[in-house]
Design a protein around this ligand. Structure first.
Ligand SMILES: Cc1cc2nc3c(=O)[nH]c(=O)nc-3n(C[C@H](O)[C@H](O)[C@H](O)COP(=O)(O)OP(=O)(O)OC[C@H]3O[C@@H](n4cnc5c(N)ncnc54)[C@H](O)[C@@H]3O)c2cc1C
Length: 456
């Protein structure tokens, strides 16, 4: 398929366009399905698939391995005086059902519009302040170019090498691009990045929710779905040889369904944590291998005072955590919370350490930036969330690997099998919104549409 045709087809198929066009009508009305549908996973994709099936009066059950719903959306109460997000926190763009739901729920949507700061050596300055530093300017230019890269496949690390970007500023593209995409500079395929950036259609602004958690928005909208979730039910085997499909859980108990929507993280498929009978087609197994997903750690540091500049957006560092942002901005006037996010090799290195050691080291690094002892002396509470160690998540989110085949690979991953097994979840989004909550929801919609199309 030509790239232009693929993009056009993709925008329609992933719901990125169809979503808006279809909103006034009910696209599902004539497609009532009487069979039993099983959804595996109660993250954003699974819950939204349930929501759409609920609208249809369809029979469905959601099986969730963990003891709570939400998957990679997990608010934590009690750490600060607002719910601190240990997973997804920002609504990426304003053109999505997630954004609309947040608005409808009365959440205050706070654009993340502060000033960004960049560390080079021990100095922390804004882009304007670093403007006379030619190395910094090259690092920023290269970050921009990486987003629209064309040519032979390369990693971000190779691009930095070939442009002779000096080491004192290499952490900047690494933080702005690779860490944001969920990995390290040497693991990120830039053709996949450019393709993703070109097709992104949700809008460029990011929003924090001022007065509530992301999960509470989903819970409110999916009120009638939640009773259909069976928690602590890890599905280990899906046998779709005959009808009905047999689902076997970790206790070897069997459940039956006519159709299954699998929404588990890519890493769960990569680890073969679910055994499919018959086995998945070779094309899908190749797709599973050709998309990346690796370590990811989020750290929330709660302080009793603000020692960073007012109106700080992100703080990009050369330390163990490439990016921090102010999670408490607009949410609290008495808790001051910096959230840090690290993925890829750096997250793997931290993952071997205890939370106490990680926190001590991060405080030391912040002390170097903000002055002797400042961060250490102001800390009141902290939490390290290692997503790679979560048994049913096993990583951060999916990213394009070098020569991975880009969005076409994600489309292959999303393909249903025998009109029985459907695939959703952020990694299956082939319209540029992988690695996001709204993308996961759109993938849930796509899978439900495929399923309903098969039964009319
Ligand atoms: C630290 C971090 C920060 C992020 N920040 C943002 C952000 O700011 N904005 C944004 O838009 N996105 C962000 N993301 C990405 C976003 O969280 C995900 O893209 C999205 O939540 C994925 O939803 P999902 O439904 O595809 O998968 P998941 O949320 O992972 O849901 C899958 C579910 O399947 C369950 N499961 C796994 N195996 C089984 C099994 N065998 N049987 C039954 N159930 C099973 C899991 O427990 C899980 O609940 C972030 C992710 C991380 C990790």
């Amino acid at each position: 398929m030509q790239r232009r045709d693929f993009i056009k087809h993709t925008l329609l198929a992933t719901g990125a366009v169809a979503l808006e066009n279809c909103q006034p009508k009910d696209p599902y009305a004539p497609r009532k399905y009487e069979g039993q549908i099983a959804i595996i996973g109660a993250g954003a994709a699974g819950l939204y698939a349930g929501y759409l099936l609920e609208q249809q009066g369809a029979n469905y059950t959601i099986y969730e391995a963990a003891e709570q719903i939400g998957g990679r959306i997990r608010p934590l109460k009690g750490l600060a005086d607002f719910d601190v997000e240990l997973g997804a926190e920002k609504i990426r763009g304003s053109r999505s059902t997630l954004y609309d739901w947040a608005k409808e729920s009365g959440a205050s949507l706070l654009p993340t519009s502060g000033t960004d700061y960049y560390q080079i050596g021990t100095l922390l300055r804004t882009e304007a302040q670093w403007n006379t530093d030619l190395d910094f300017r090259l690092a920023m230019l290269l970050s921009q170019q990486a987003r629209s890269y064309s040519g032979n496949e390369t990693t971000l690390a190779q691009l930095m090498e070939s442009t002779k970007l000096v080491s004192r500023v290499r952490h900047i593209p690494d933080a702005l691009i690779a860490n944001n995409y969920g990995t390290s500079a040497n693991r990120l395929g830039l053709l996949g990045v450019a393709e993703t950036e070109a097709i992104w259609s949700a809008g460029r602004d990011n929003y924090l929710l001022g007065n509530r958690s992301l999960l509470s928005v989903l819970e409110e909208k999916c009120k009638s779905v939640i009773p259909k979730v069976v928690l602590n039910k890890q599905i280990k085997r899906i046998d779709f040889t005959n009808s009905p499909i047999v689902l076997e859980d970790a206790q070897a108990q069997r459940r039956f369904a006519d159709k299954v929507i699998v929404t588990v993280p890519l890493s769960i498929l990569q680890a073969n944590d679910i055994q499919f009978t018959p086995s998945l087609p070779e094309t899908k197994l190749t797709a599973i291998r050709n998309i990346g997903m690796g370590a990811g750690i989020k750290v929330a540091l709660v302080f009793n005072r603000r020692f960073w500049e007012a109106n700080t957006g992100s703080i990009y560092t050369s330390g163990s955590v490439p990016e921090y942002w102010v999670s408490s901005a607009g949410r609290s006037t008495s808790s001051f919370v910096l959230s840090g996010f690290v993925t890829g090799e750096r997250a793997e290195a931290l993952s071997g350490q205890t939370s106490t050691v990680i926190i001590q080291n991060l405080l030391k690094e912040l002390d170097t930036i903000y002055g002797k002892g400042t961060a250490t002396a102001s800390l009141t509470n902290a939490k390290v969330m290692d997503w790679g160690k979560e048994p049913f998540i096993k990583g951060a989110y999916s990213f394009p690997i070098p020569n991975g085949g880009g969005l076409l690979t994600r489309q292959t991953l999303s393909q249903p099998i025998q009109r029985k097994v459907y695939f959703a979840g952020e990694a299956t989004h082939y319209g540029g919104h992988s690695g996001t909550v709204h993308g996961a929801m759109e993938s849930g919609r796509r899978a439900v549409e495929e399923l309903l199309r098969d039964v009319v």
